[in-house]
Design a protein around this ligand. Structure first.
Ligand SMILES: Cc1ncc(COP(=O)(O)O)c(C=O)c1O
Length: 382
């Protein structure tokens, strides 16, 4: 079984986070993007020491943590200046604050469904208006940005593009050429690119992730990126993320307004992750790749008509079940009711997701295998 996803189900069932509490005990949860890992040893040690010391007060080491983030993020294509990093308490806050602080009220914000389901609500929550420009061929081997569609939306008045890069749920990395062209379009139409890069640390072995901000000088002029150690190291509940501001002279996203709300444990764990757990991160990426190999076999055996594209990054797979019409537009509903497997429903990611499910494969081989056996039974019955 691939380390570090080697946690028995009996131990996981003690967890009180969303993944293991949302459903009854007979359901295998492969939905929300938490991972079934043992925490990296350096993170365990740091948090254990903090608890022993009663070190549970407010976060204050903003500059120190910004330096940690800048050094870590510099692995993704350019030397990130420390002073451009703004710690924030989660990626959602980073995205919303960035939109709210860089755009005029009511501005149109392009997003690219099928995509992480809170994007539309986040855009609305800050008083902006979502403009959907779907990915081209999200269901094929080469999903990509509809740059002509994005240009039309910008020409019609949209003022920003909210990217998911690497893209959730397809796991695709937008190419440097696409991103450079997007940056040029944003410059031409005086628009902002906000790149949600929460999955950046989890590119598959042999795959290089590059930040949107790394693709050109123009990209830095028009863009901000937001990332976190939270997906890669399973720290989402500790509340810690960061914005990288490509153009602080233009975009006012101040630490004084945003960094005070960072979780102290999030920053302690984040530093232990991004400084002392890089070997562990490589093991995690290898474990995820190994699970993808297993999934390839499981799909062939249990859902032979399903289609999917191996993700370039992350731990979710976007699975096309339209060749099983009996499963309907929302196969996740039947898999839950009849198979006792919880997945993320495809339609939640946009109308493009009808007949799809998103499956979180950051679990043990036993759980993954059992989930496919159950899904195969449901598919066979319809
Ligand atoms: C693309 C994307 N952005 C943001 C988030 C949520 O991040 P946070 O919990 O830091 O707000 C997720 C969680 O899965 C995600 O996939």
């Amino acid at each position: 079984m691939p380390f570090p996803l080697d946690v028995p189900e009996s131990v996981l069932r003690n967890r009180r986070s969303q993944k293991w509490q949302a459903y009854p005990g007979d359901v295998l949860p492969l939905f929300v993007a938490e991972t079934d890992v043992v925490l990296a040893p350096a993170i365990q040690e740091r948090l254990t020491a903090a608890v022993a010391d009663g070190d549970t007060g407010y976060f204050t080491e903003i500059e120190r943590f910004a330096g940690v983030c800048a050094r870590f993020y510099s692995r993704f294509g350019y030397e990130v200046p420390e002073e451009t990093v703004v710690p924030v308490n989660d990626v959602g806050v980073g995205v919303r604050e960035t939109l709210a602080r860089t755009l005029p009220a009511g501005a149109g914000v392009v997003y690219t469904p099928p995509v992480y389901m809170p994007f539309g609500p986040w855009i609305r929550r800050v008083g902006m208006s979502p403009v959907a420009v779907p990915l081209i061929d999200h269901d094929d081997d080469n999903p990509r940005l509809d740059l002509a569609g994005i240009e039309r939306a910008l020409a019609d008045g949209a003022r920003a593009v909210l990217l998911s890069h690497p893209h959730n749920p397809t796991g695709v990395l937008h190419s440097d050429a696409e991103l450079a062209e997007l940056a040029d379009l944003a410059a031409q139409y005086d628009a902002v690119v906000v790149s949600d890069e929460i999955w950046a640390p989890l590119a598959m072995p042999g795959v290089d992730f590059r930040s949107f901000l790394a693709v050109s000088e123009t990209a830095r002029e028009v863009g901000l990126a937001i990332s976190s150690a939270s997906k890669a190291f399973n720290l989402a509940g500790l509340k810690c993320a960061f914005v990288v501001n490509g153009n602080p002279g233009k975009f006012a996203v101040p630490r004084s307004a945003l960094s005070g709300a960072v979780g102290h444990f999030g920053a302690l764990a984040g530093e232990a992750a991004m400084v002392d757990s890089l070997d562990w991160l490589d093991e995690m990426r290898a474990a995820l790749a190994s699970n993808l190999d297993l999934m390839e076999r499981l799909l062939t055996e249990h859902l032979p008509r399903a289609r999917w594209r191996r993700p370039d990054a992350g731990f979710v797979a976007w699975i096309d079940l339209r060749a099983y019409p009996g499963l309907g537009d929302d196969p996740a509903a039947l898999f839950l009711d009849e198979g006792r497997v919880a997945l993320s429903p495809g339609p939640a990611f946009g109308a493009q997701g009808k007949g799809f499910v998103r499956l979180n494969f950051a679990c043990s081989e036993e759980i993954l295998t059992e989930a496919f056996v159950r899904m195969g039974r449901v598919a066979a019955a319809h």
